[in-house]
Design a protein around this ligand. Structure first.
Ligand code: NAD
Ligand code: IPM
Ligand code: MN
Length: 366
């Protein structure tokens, strides 16, 4: 198999963890006789510095032609005071929109050896295994352009959705639930927002097409509470863009660190961009301390969803599991004992496990 992968390192630890993804894919190509060709392009702050825009045309075009895209992270204090159109985050939003990546899958599953790294009690986190299906190209992030009025003293941000945008993400969530534990929680704020009322109507309509999936509606504030008091309650959560952003960082607490959460951003035809849920972590950037596992697990999602290499995806996930079983961890995980390692060593350990290729059990189920 010959596949073209575009790498978008971005900023901060994005640059460090994308290198880990590349090494993992090289190990997979060696072991399984695939050819992956890599092209690296600029996005975010790095692109602002080099091209004067967070999403250069050539980056956009390279992504359009790729078989799949891997992204590290964007952003950092250097660009925080820039005007909105010159912020690194605009590049990320731009590429999601341009590629039509409306469905963001964020699987959250505790690893046995990391359960005690969570500040939550062991008995609370122990059976948690959920998938957040976040709408990614609509809502507050993409409403009519935000504006300042009244000499900058009044502001408008709009939360807009069309029926079709809600239908396709709700459908994606029903499909995901039907191959998991068949429980779908639609999270909204229907006691206040008109957009949530339409969202509820559409979920109710779609229910008929998936009779074996149990559906419930939950208000986002209550869902935020339940997510950390009874996470095992949830199977699939479907929600609009900003609620999904906030709930997924909250859910990372179950795994012990934001550095553990992967994601897949998908289009209808399976094309996807894969990125960790975390950001550029300016506080630890450039020090070799970043946890590369969220990025590596995102690479496994890429192998599964875009390249249809299920076995290879399982091998990557099993390698991560094995390294954690052997009690290696990066500093973001609050663990006493074991072996604390940096980004490079952690990556090397995963690569070594892939090369020994001795276990193929799938651990992520999304
Ligand atoms: P962040 O996710 O970058 O960091 C939050 C905390 O988690 C920090 O203490 C950081 O050190 C830690 N952390 C995150 N990932 C880690 C990893 N892999 N290993 C070890 N520790 C890790 O969030 P932030 O600090 O709020 O944002 C920093 C910048 O990143 C901002 O400019 C923000 O806009 C951007 N951001 C980008 C993305 C993205 O590119 N997808 C996502 C979130 C935030
Ligand atoms: C994420 C990030 C982005 C988002 C930011 C950087 C625009 O927080 O991918 O979760 O809010 O979508
Ligand atoms: Mn986020």
């Amino acid at each position: 198999m010959n596949k073209k992968i575009v790498l978008l390192p971005g900023d901060g630890i994005g640059v460090e963890v994308i290198e880990s993804a590349k090494q993992v894919l090289e190990a997979i190509s060696d072991e399984f006789n695939h050819t992956f060709s890599f092209e690296t392009h600029a996005i975010g702050g790095a692109a602002i510095d080099e091209y004067g825009t967070p999403l250069p045309d050539e980056t956009d075009q390279a992504c359009q032609k790729a078989d799949a895209v891997l992204l590290g992270a964007v952003g950092g204090p250097k660009w925080d005071q820039n005007p909105s159109h010159l912020r690194p985050e605009k590049g990320l939003l731009g590429i999601r929109k341009s590629l039509g990546l409306f469905a963001n899958l964020r699987p959250i599953q505790g690893f046995e050896n990391l359960l005690h790294a969570s500040p939550l009690k062991h008995e609370v986190v122990k059976d948690s295994d959920l998938l957040i299906v976040r709408e990614l190209t609509g809502g507050l992030y993409f409403g009519t352009p935000s504006e300042r009025r009244n000499n900058g003293q009044s502001v408008v941000d709009t939360l807009a959705y069309d029926r079709e945008e809600i239908e396709r993400i709700v459908e994606k969530a029903f499909q995901a639930a039907s191959i998991r534990r068949k429980q779908l929680t639609s999270v909204d704020k229907a006691n206040v927002l008109e957009s949530s009322k339409l969202w509820r109507e559409i979920v109710e309509e779609k229910k008929a097409d998936y009779p074996d999936v149990q559906v419930e509606h939950m208000l986002v504030d209550a869902a935020a509470m339940k997510l950390i008091t009874n996470p095992a309650y949830f199977d699939v959560i479907v929600t609009e863009n900003m609620f999904g952003d906030i709930l997924s960082d909250e859910a990372s607490v179950l795994t012990g660190s934001l550095g553990m959460l992967p994601s897949a951003s998908l289009r209808e035809d399976g094309f996807g961009l894969y990125e960790p849920v975390h950001g550029s972590a300016p506080d630890i950037a450039g020090q070799g301390l970043a946890n590369p596992l969220a990025m590596i697990l995102s690479t496994a999602l890429m192998l599964r969803h875009s390249l249809h290499l299920e076995h290879e995806a399982n091998v990557v996930e099993a390698a991560v599991q094995e390294v954690l079983d052997n009690k290696y961890h990066t500093g973001d995980l609050n663990i006493r004992g074991g072996h604390k390692v940096g980004t490079e060593k952690m990556t090397q350990l995963v690569v070594d496990c892939i090369k020994s290729n001795n276990t193929t059990k799938s651990i992520m189920s999304c």
